[in-house]
Ligand binder design. Structure first.
Ligand code: FMN
Length: 174
């Protein structure tokens, strides 16, 4: 309910607490299987709470951020449409902030995604409150990126001197 690249049926229905809850309730009514909702990078605390109340088992934050890129000589979009989803390192700090915002208001697990290129990038999500992470764009740069990132994340967790990585979830100090 958060794709920024669809004219309708994507980000539109997930951009308000009411719309997100309506879709969530409809999905919940037809399955007992675990449902994680991929959230758009908008109104995060409100929509996260609405989704939890409507029966979500977990949240994934964030889907890509709507952006534009224009070829100034042809005056045309460099994309197939005027706008498109921005992924990768540029969206990482925003995604970490949104995971942190959601983790403060819900009790269901959160999957952090957005610009993870290294184990440290993944660790930021965990410290912000994510219990798992997901890697998108880095796989397009290097198909083995996820394996390297997992190795780096494991090394970081070990360096923290904890018995279980769960001890680091939401361990941000501020
Ligand atoms: C080529 C490409 C295709 C994507 N397709 C989907 C999709 O079908 N559904 C979805 O929820 N997110 C999709 N995403 C968004 C990613 O899952 C992710 O939320 C976003 O790109 C931020 O993470 P990243 O920087 O690690 O890619 C896509 C991203 C890219 C780059």
């Amino acid at each position: 309910m958060s794709c920024p690249n669809l004219a309708a049926g994507g980000i539109a229905c997930g951009s308000t607490p009411e719309g997100a809850a309506e879709v969530m309730r409809a999905c919940r009514a037809v399955t007992d299987r675990p449902l994680f909702v991929k959230m758009a990078p908008v109104r995060v605390p409100e929509i996260a709470r609405a989704l939890e109340d409507a029966g979500a088992d977990g949240l994934t934050l964030i889907n890509s951020i709507s952006g534009m890129s224009i070829d100034v000589n042809t005056r045309q979009s460099k994309l197939s449409k005027p706008t498109g989803g921005l992924s990768g390192p540029l969206c990482h700090p925003i995604a970490v902030r949104m995971v942190w915002e959601a983790a403060r208001v819900v009790n269901i697990p959160i999957c952090g995604v957005g610009g993870i290129m290294s184990g440290e990038d993944a660790a930021e999500f965990i410290l912000a409150g994510a219990t798992c992470v997901s890697v998108g764009m880095a796989n397009l740069v290097d198909p083995a990126a996820s394996i390297r990132i997992l190795d780096e994340l494991t090394a970081w967790a070990e360096s923290q001197g904890v018995a279980d990585i769960n001890e680091l979830v939401g361990a941000l100090e501020w």
